[in-house]
Every structure is written in C-alpha cells, then in structure tokens.
Write a protein that binds this ligand. Structure first.
Ligand code: PMV
Length: 358
C-alpha cells in the first residue's frame, strides 16, 4: 500500500502530516469492567484517589467501542455518540467534555469528525461499573487514534487518561488483578494510573464472579456525589488509613493464596464502603432488604460448608459473589436453591486479563 503524505495547509503546528490513506480511520476496542476488592471512595485534585484500591478484572462484562474519525476541514466540533445503537445526548455530552478536557485528545476534535459507537455486553444498572469499561475502551481507542504505539507504555498512558474519565476505569487495563493509588512500600504504585499485580497464587487465578441483580433501577446517588461526601466525613481519615492497610494485606493474601484472609478483607471493604455512605453528612443507603438477606445466607453457607465463597458490593444494592472455579457447581446450586427469592437475575462472569484495541 502506498502511503501518501499531504502537508496540511492549516494548523501545521499540531498535525504536520496527514496520511491520505487515513481520510477515515476506524479503531475498535474492547475493555472489561472490574470489581474492587479494596474500594476507592473519596478523591482529591484531578481525580486522585484518597486511598489505594485493588480490583479483580472481569472478562465477560465488557464495553465494545468503535471509533470512526473522518478528516474534516471545518472548525466546528463534530461529535456523535451512539450507545447500544441509539444517539444518547447525556453520554455524548459527558464524553465530549472528557475529550475536550484532555490535551492529548483535543486535537483529534480539531481535525476529525468523531463518531463513537459503544455497546455493553451487560445490562445497565446491574451492579457492574459500566463507566470503568466504557472509559477504558474510549481512552484506549482515542490514544490509538493519535498514532500511539501499542507497547508497554500504552497501557500506562491509557490507564492515566481513563482515570480522568472515571477513577475505577484505570484498573481495567490489567488482569487478573490491578492496583491503583500510592502505597507506602510500593514505589511503582501511583495515584496517576493503575499497575498490574504480578504475584498471584494459583488459588486466585481462576476466580468466578456471580453478579446477583437484587434491583435493576438506576441508583439514586451517583458515585461522584458519594466521593464528594468523603470530604469532611467524620470517619474519612481513618477510612483512608484502613483501606491502604487492607490493600497492603490483600497484596500479601493474593501472593500467599489465603482464602480466609481474602474473604475477610473483601467483605470488610464492601461493608466499609456502604458504612461510609450511611454515615456521611447527607447519609443514604443503597443496600436493599434483599441485599442483606443474601449476605446473611452467604455467612450461613460458609458456616455450614466451610467453602471459600464471599461477597462484595459496588456502589449499589447488587451482590458480587466471588469464589474459585473449583466450587462453582456448589455455588450455582446455592444460588438457584437459596438465593432465588431475592435475585431478579444473575450474570456469571469470571476473572479476566484486560482489553484489546485494534
Ligand atoms: O470510578 P468511579 O468514580 O465511578 O468510582 C467507583 C467507586 C467504586 O466503584 C464504589 C469503588 C471502586 O473502587 O471501584
């Protein structure tokens, strides 16, 4: 293929050459959501976390993005956003605002008409962080559109940019587990981007996540409001110290393959997150009676079977049941027989390795 370079007559400052074979560029990306075991709750500055967090990357719950760039000569911004086949103004405005605010991406808007088509493999309001997979997929596609090489640095750059759209999105670039936020003894950990967790025991490599939908309505209080309620929260400082400690302990737990400690840290973190919501100045509660009943049954199941099944919660009423594949059959039976009354539907997911951009 002959590559013809055309020197643009406009704004040579930012884009010197324009490849005629690229009058239209199409980039596809596919990134998963993740579920935090140690929660990020509270932020400062430009989307910096108040404490370190650690997550398990999912594999089935993904956002697929197709980004089309059509070369334009007009100055006006041309940006279309389709969510699951339909134009969606509120998502469009949020994404446009995000792109305009990143100097790395803004020049794409100056020179191209952008169309983003985004699809999720999971339903909305299902307790899966859709902003995590969406911002991971969008930032990776935009970075590729800028001509960024897919090398070791790519994930780090994309993770930083995704963080600026949605904090938890920065962890979706690595699997099976990722960590985000500065942590004392770990020089490589950063508030700017996530890093992969290298040392994972066999016990934690084949984890499953059954997402129990207790309620499928959109939540009443957004995560951004929740984060902001951590400013001036009476327990904030202690919470941030605890979370960092839990992160440190979880790193060692993942390395040692200790199910008991994994369960304790994960469940304590889930309940701490919700305790923060319930004790903020403008307090609120996202758990539903069904959520509490399921948690109680998980405690009972563990008491009776001694099997390593635990729960976690995102910022919502739905439950993530986490367990190793070795006990999958027993957990499926437990869900079908014991949890059906409080569960509208179940999404079965599993641990994943991250995303892809083409
Ligand atoms: O990424 P955000 O800003 O939507 O915040 C997500 C916060 C939690 O999902 C509740 C916890 C986490 O660490 O993912």
């Amino acid at each position: 293929m002959i590559t013809t370079y055309y020197i643009c007559s406009f704004n040579v400052r930012s884009i010197k050459y324009f490849n005629l074979n690229e009058m239209r560029k199409i980039i596809q990306s596919k990134y998963p959501s993740n579920i935090a075991l140690v929660k990020y709750w509270g932020k400062f500055g430009n989307q910096m976390p108040c404490n370190a967090s650690l997550s398990m990357t999912l594999s089935e719950a993904v956002t697929e993005v197709e980004l089309t760039l059509d070369y334009k000569s007009k100055k006006e911004i041309e940006f279309d956003y389709f969510f699951e086949g339909n134009k969606n103004d509120s998502f469009r405005n949020r994404i446009l605002n995000y792109i305009e605010n990143q100097i790395e991406f803004k020049e794409l808007l100056d020179h191209y008409a952008l169309t983003i088509k985004s699809n999720n493999t999971f339903p909305h309001s299902a307790g899966i962080a859709s902003s995590a997979s969406a911002f991971a997929a969008i930032s990776a596609a935009l970075l590729k559109a800028k001509g960024e090489e897919i090398d070791d640095d790519f994930n780090r750059k994309a993770s930083r940019l995704a963080r600026l759209g949605s904090g938890s999105a920065c962890r979706s670039f690595y699997g099976p587990y990722a960590m985000w936020g500065e942590l004392n003894k770990h020089k490589e950990a950063s508030n700017e981007y996530a890093i992969p967790i290298q040392e994972v025991h066999e016990n934690f490599k084949e984890m499953r996540d059954a997402i129990l939908i207790v309620e499928d309505k959109p939540k009443k209080v957004s995560s951004s409001i929740g984060h902001s309620l951590m400013n001036n929260h009476s327990y904030a400082e202690k919470r941030f110290i605890d979370a960092n400690k839990n992160c440190e302990e979880m790193l060692s737990t993942l390395k040692r393959g200790d199910y008991e400690e994994f369960i304790q840290i994960t469940e304590r973190e889930a309940l701490s997150l919700h305790a923060m919501m319930m004790t903020s100045k403008d307090y609120y509660m996202l758990m539903k009676p069904g959520t509490v009943e399921i948690i109680d049954k998980v405690f009972q199941f563990r008491e009776e079977t001694k099997l390593p099944l635990c729960f976690t919660l995102d910022a919502g009423p739905n439950i993530h049941l986490l367990y190793p594949v070795s006990i999958q059959e027993k957990v499926h039976t437990f869900i079908a027989e014991e949890l059906k009354d409080n569960t509208k539907s179940v999404l079965f997911d599993k641990i994943g390795a991250g995303g892809i951009v083409l």
